[in-house]
Design a protein around this ligand. Structure first.
Ligand code: TYD
Length: 135
């Protein structure tokens, strides 16, 4: 599994507005937690971690969110979410650095409850772990 930007269905039209949706059958995991991030100052880089187990779907409900990613194969990605009909799937072992516009609201649907023990918060440790995994 690799990081992937997904286009969601939009139902509606310009005169009435739109609904976008995700259904269980669209997801590779059952949602166990959701959280949202907002009012992030422009000069702040969030993330700076990877997860050992967590899978996530992330949506920019408003504003713009930029992701600088590195996956377990050392492949790098620059992905932007600029519209609520776009989502980003993140598998485990993706180092992420995230910047958000001040008006951005990031919502995340996650495959597990919060567990600090499955975070990798040190970039060198991330590199060591993926090296082991790729052997
Ligand atoms: P963190 O995941 O490090 O946020 P970001 O990557 O956006 O900078 O979480 C920030 C803090 O919030 C950290 O102390 C853990 C806490 N937190 C929870 O308690 N529960 C959660 O579900 C999340 C996502 C974070």
């Amino acid at each position: 599994m690799v990081p992937e930007k997904i286009k969601l269905n939009s139902i509606g039209e310009v005169n009435t507005g739109y609904i976008s949706l995700l259904e269980g059958t669209d997801l590779p995991f059952d949602i166990k937690r959701s959280y949202w991030i907002y009012s992030t100052p422009d000069d702040i880089i969030r993330g700076k971690h990877a997860h050992k187990e967590l899978q996530q779907i992330i949506i920019a409900v408003s504003g713009e969110i930029n992701f600088k990613l590195e996956d377990r194969f050392n492949k790098q990605y620059n992905i932007s979410l600029k519209h609520p009909s776009e989502a980003l799937f993140l598998p485990p072992f993706v180092w992420r650095e995230i910047t958000l516009s001040k008006d951005a609201v990031l919502i995340c649907f996650a495959s597990k409850e919060y567990n600090e023990l499955e975070y990798i918060r040190n970039y060198d440790e991330f590199q060591n772990l993926i090296k082991k995994y790729n052997k």
